[in-house]
Design a protein around this ligand. Structure first.
Ligand code: ADP
Ligand code: MG
Length: 592
């Protein structure tokens, strides 16, 4: 029998390795930016076309490469950063595996132009799916300019796997932000389809943070700085007032590399626990500088996790550094947060539209898909008999006792659930989830039915946003308009809110609602849910009546009616049950 094992040709081996390192355009942005930093560049520019699917280009003014180095750079395991195995334990550069350029070259059309200070002319190399197409001399400034075109052109399956441009661009901007925060001493810029998204001059960290996240953090950053011989902690925590209920800006860096760590996150959460109301989360930007000997960066292929030799020590040290910082700034518990108020009016509005099919959720379907209609009908019979608005007090209960059961009124328990009688037994409705469902369908169907009335604002409100959110809001402006929000651009970084859905006129915190919506879309980098649905989900979750709100009989009835008039009364937009039923048989069984 002949031997079967063969060594893979390099091009295929590289393509396989590329699968690990290069998952999407954002991976290229990260690897190329890190290489530029390793080459000591002080100015790095990133050009993106079509969310990186057509082009990623990174220009740096770093050390450049000689012609032989440029040629070697695209070979696998070619690195100038590691020479002997001990080097692995004291890595000070961002890269060290020598995989990135080889991997990128395997799945794209790449061009490198590079020149060292001492050389008169530069080198140009063109590679097509790992194959060297051409190497020649060229005129180019000192530094390196790498162009990556048509990512995955030779791996159609992976190209198809890429998400929408909006999603891929969000991944790119996240990588860009991580690197830009970690290196405030370097100037960075990123352009998408010819438009600048961020242009960041080198600056102290505090200014870099504000340049990236916008003025809302201005004056709200408390410096943290503490060090021992082996570990230095520096950066900022947000004041309690700047804390957010969702999507706080929380960033950890270890030796200038962005990392995620729920463990260290907990250390900060602990410190803030007495300072923040339930559910609020602090912003933080914390950098650890640690002797490379004490960490293992090798644990994760894209290096977002890291192992400290002594995790517990780091945890305690971080906690005390943050506590110390807050103490020095006399931060004491302060609880005057703007809360989004209840939404009384919306309950009174009849839900007209019911065109949306929320069929991407897992429905706890009854065998009889229309079973709810029976509930609804029996409910109607009951509520139609008498339009009483008296509150459900003990007295009214007693009054009812002598009358026909048909007159049973819905009752609210613990300001959270509505109990109602149906022919076959009883119904327990989760008021919050039910209202969320009602609003969700109303927002989604607004386009077809025009049931969302717009109300022009007497005093239009200005919305100031960070650059990535400006992109985002421009993207979803049309969708928002269909749902009743008229928002027009105003200068580079702001918008004006001209009109809102009329059911929101009594809402205090309009800007907060829009900001949270943008945060939610920005963080939704994985799902393929249509933007329109995310908007409807966010708005309905924010605006629905919450648990804890007491409802009168009329409101309860209105909610029940609207729920059962909706397309999918069973489940909330986020897939939780809106109500449960308990049959007479079940009740009976409980007592036997
Ligand atoms: P690694 O960064 O792990 O060493 P890469 O494949 O990313 O591996 O890069 C290979 C080598 O190419 C680097 O070690 C470096 O010597 C060289 N190189 C890559 N990008 C640049 C750049 N922008 N400027 C100068 N040298 C570079
Ligand atoms: Mg590298």
């Amino acid at each position: 029998m002949s031997d079967k094992i063969k060594l893979l040709p390099d091009a295929i081996a590289n393509q396989i390795a590329a699968g690990e390192v290069i998952q999407r355009p954002a991976s290229i942005v990260k690897e190329l930016m890190e290489n530029a930093i390793d080459a000591q560049a002080s100015n790095i520019k990133v050009y993106i076309k079509d969310a990186g699917k057509t082009l990623v280009q990174v220009n740096d003014n770093g050390l450049g490469m000689s012609d032989t180095d440029a040629r070697l750079a695209i070979e696998r395991h070619a690195t100038s950063k590691i020479r002997k195995s001990e080097d692995l334990f004291e890595i000070k550069t961002m890269g060290f595996r020598g995989e990135a350029l080889a991997s990128i070259a395997a799945v794209s059309q790449m061009e490198i132009k590079t020149r060292q200070e001492e050389d008169e002319v530069g080198t140009r190399i063109r590679v097509n799916a790992s194959k060297l197409v051409k190497q020649d001399l060229c005129q180019t400034p000192v530094g390196t300019n790498i162009t990556v075109k048509n990512l995955f052109f030779n791996v159609p399956a992976r190209r198809r796997f890429l998400k929408s441009n909006a999603v891929e661009m969000r991944h790119i901007l996240n990588e860009f932000k991580h690197i830009a925060i970690a290196h405030p001493d370097i100037s960075f810029a990123i352009y998408h389809n010819g438009k600048d998204v961020y242009v960041l001059r080198n600056a102290p960290l505090k200014k870099r943070i504000i340049d990236i996240f916008g003025n809302s953090l201005k004056g709200k950053l408390i410096p943290v700085s503490e060090s021992t011989q082996d570990l230095k902690i520096s950066g900022f925590v947000g004041t309690p007032k700047s804390a957010k209920k969702s999507y706080p800006n929380q960033y950890f860096f270890v030796n200038k590399r962005f990392i995620r760590s729920s463990y260290l996150n907990h250390a900060i959460k602990q410190v803030f626990s007495d300072l923040l109301p339930e559910g609020y989360k602090a912003n933080f930007f914390i950098a650890f500088d640690v002797n490379p000997e004490f960490i293992d960066v090798n644990v994760h292929p894209t290096k977002e996790e890291i192992k400290f030799e002594d995790q517990k020590m780091v945890y305690r040290f971080l906690g005390s550094a943050v506590r110390h910082a807050l103490g020095q700034h006399n931060v004491t518990p302060s609880l005057d947060f703007d809360k989004i108020g209840g939404l009384d009016d919306s309950l009174a509005i009849n839900s007209g539209g019911r065109s949306h099919k929320g069929n991407n959720y897992n429905m706890p379907r009854n065998e009889d898909g229309d079973a709810w209609k029976t509930f609804y009908e029996s409910l109607k019979e009951e509520s139609d008999t008498e339009e009483s608005e008296q509150p459900l007090t003990l007295e009214s209960q007693l009054d009812n006792e002598n009358k026909d059961v048909q007159q049973f009124q819905p009752a609210q328990i613990h300001n959270a659930y509505i109990v109602a009688q149906i022919k076959t037994g009883m119904l327990v409705i989760d008021q919050q989830k039910a209202h969320e469902r009602v609003l969700y369908e109303r927002f989604l169907s607004s386009e077809d039915t025009g049931i969302i009335e717009m109300q022009r604002l007497l005093f239009p409100e200005q919305i100031e946003l960070s650059p990535d959110k400006v992109e985002l809001l421009s993207e979803i402006r049309d969708e928002l308009k269909k749902m009743g929000f008229e928002i027009n651009p105003f200068g580079q970084a702001s918008f004006i809110l001209h009109a809102i859905p009329s059911m929101l006129v009594d809402q205090g915190n309009l800007l907060g609602i829009i900001e949270k919506l943008l945060d939610e879309i920005a963080t939704d980098t994985d799902s393929d849910t249509a933007v329109k649905e995310i908007i409807a989900q966010s708005l309905s979750a924010q605006l629905c009546i919450k648990k804890g709100k007491s409802l009168n009989i009329k409101e309860m009835r209105s909610l029940i009616e609207q729920l059962f008039a909706s397309e999918e009364p069973y489940i909330s937009p986020r897939g939780k049950a809106c109500f449960i039923t308990i049959s007479m048989d079940e009740l009976e069984a409980k007592f036997n």
